[in-house]
Design a protein around this ligand. Structure first.
Ligand SMILES: Cc1cc2nc3c(=O)[nH]c(=O)nc-3n(C[C@H](O)[C@H](O)[C@H](O)COP(=O)(O)OP(=O)(O)OC[C@H]3O[C@@H](n4cnc5c(N)ncnc54)[C@H](O)[C@@H]3O)c2cc1C
Length: 381
């Protein structure tokens, strides 16, 4: 399979249907939701009605029985919705919070959490990061103490997407006093007394809720331990490649949107008696952006193809794709903003929003510095 033949006619048809839905039902509300700093929970229901919350999940749990490529199409097309926050909220549910349940959950857990998540009856969040531990997950301090019939969790979680609206949090906690990566476990934590989430204001992704979560004596029953006890680090690692691929795909989609928007603007807007695109200095910038969009897409599709072919084992290429696309996306947005002149600084043209939203890319899902550390190891530097 080559990158060129990666997507079949079926994927192309899905792309068309996602695009129609996003442009008709999401895009028109993006500005309103960005201003409100919240998108309605009901949007999950609209995605579910189309089957878009379960593209890669088995039909047995209400999914569409597709594969990672179906999900990849959604990740790229979501960029058309006009709000990084909406893409992040929906994306966190389907790409980071529910995959560990699908992969490591018991039948009972899949029935109680995956099925309702696919149907949008329950909204999910993944809670790993803490105030004192982000890149370095070995430094997590949230602790789960064994008690009769289950566990009691205490600690706090930071920057959790969907953290306020979630019905349950897929939460990492220490289950031994051992340091390092050992003794980490995952728990399915329901909304309940003892869990409090507060929304944090941020630079971009305004429509999404990013939360600080406090866990105070939260009882989690034995049957909500996800994956094996002390197997949490393995569980974290298992979805990293997919999360990073999704971010690369999202950046490719966003860059394409910004490029199309900016070319249209540069052809329409006149200065000194000619369209902006008539100036070589600006034309060359557009040519550079087109090149960046193309190379980013090729690198990302190549990583995706290897990821699918090797069933998730394409660390080098996925890491490179994330590293190559995230800073590039922010730089592209900045150049597009510049070509828009004063209009670029105004909310109406949406380029300033796209630039703010893109700034998260080199930070979230593993920072650019961490990507370089991983590559240093993989390349034995
Ligand atoms: C909007 C938003 C949404 C998020 N959503 C979620 C979510 O849903 N769930 C979740 O669990 N987390 C989430 N995160 C957390 C995100 O994954 C972390 O912010 C990220 O992993 C970085 O961790 P940190 O913020 O603690 O930074 P730190 O790890 O403290 O890093 C600070 C700086 O030091 C650098 N650094 C750290 N270690 C090294 C090193 N070894 N070598 C060189 N440089 C280094 C980093 O690259 C960075 O520049 C979200 C974050 C944001 C901003």
């Amino acid at each position: 399979m080559s990158a060129a033949s990666l997507f079949t006619d079926e994927h192309d048809a899905l792309r068309e249907s996602i695009r129609r839905f996003v442009l008709a039902d999401v895009r028109p509300h993006a500005s309103e939701w960005e201003r409100a700093r919240w998108f309605p929970d009901e949007l999950f229901g609209q995605f579910a009605e189309h089957g878009f919350l379960g593209l890669k999940y088995p039909e047995a749990y209400g999914g569409q029985g597709g594969d990672f490529l179906h999900e990849a199409v959604l990740a790229e097309e979501l960029a058309l919705c006009g709000s990084g926050g909406v893409a992040a909220g929906i994306g966190a549910h389907i790409n980071i919070a529910t995959p560990p349940i699908a992969k490591f959950g018991t039948e009972d857990q899949k029935e109680r959490y995956l099925r309702p998540a696919i149907a949008a009856e329950k909204i999910s969040a993944l809670a790993i990061t803490e105030p004192d531990a982000g890149s370095d997950v070995a430094g997590l301090k949230t602790h789960a103490k064994r008690v009769d019939g289950g566990w009691v969790l205490n600690g706090s979680k930071m920057f959790i997407t969907n953290g306020v609206r979630a019905h349950f949090w897929v939460t990492a906690a220490k289950t031994t006093a051992e340091g390092g990566h050992h003794g980490l476990s995952f728990f399915l934590v329901d909304r309940q007394d003892g869990v409090s989430a507060s929304k944090i204001d941020k630079m971009g992704w305004h429509a999404s809720d990013t939360a600080l979560i406090a866990l105070e004596d939260v009882f989690v029953p034995e049957e909500n331990l996800l994956g094996g006890e002390n197997q949490g680090f393995y569980l974290i690692m298992a979805n990293f490649q997919w999360e990073r691929l999704v971010m690369a795909l999202g950046a490719v989609g966003a860059m394409q949107v910004a490029y199309d928007k900016t070319v249209a603007f540069a052809k329409e807007r006149n200065a000194f008696g000619r369209p902006l695109s008539g100036f070589q200095a600006l034309r060359h910038k557009l040519a550079d952006i087109a090149t960046t969009v193309h190379t980013s897409r090729v690198v990302t599709y190549d990583a995706l193809e290897r990821f699918v072919r090797t069933e998730g084992d394409a660390v080098k290429e996925v890491t490179m794709a994330k590293l190559a696309t995230q800073r590039a996306c922010f730089d592209v947005m900045d150049t597009c903003l510049q070509i828009h002149g004063g209009a670029g600084y105004m909310e109406e043209y949406e380029i300033e929003r796209m630039a703010r939203d893109a700034r998260l890319g080199p930070i979230g899902g593993g920072t650019d510095e961490i990507m370089r550390e991983i590559l240093s190891k993989v390349l034995a530097l």
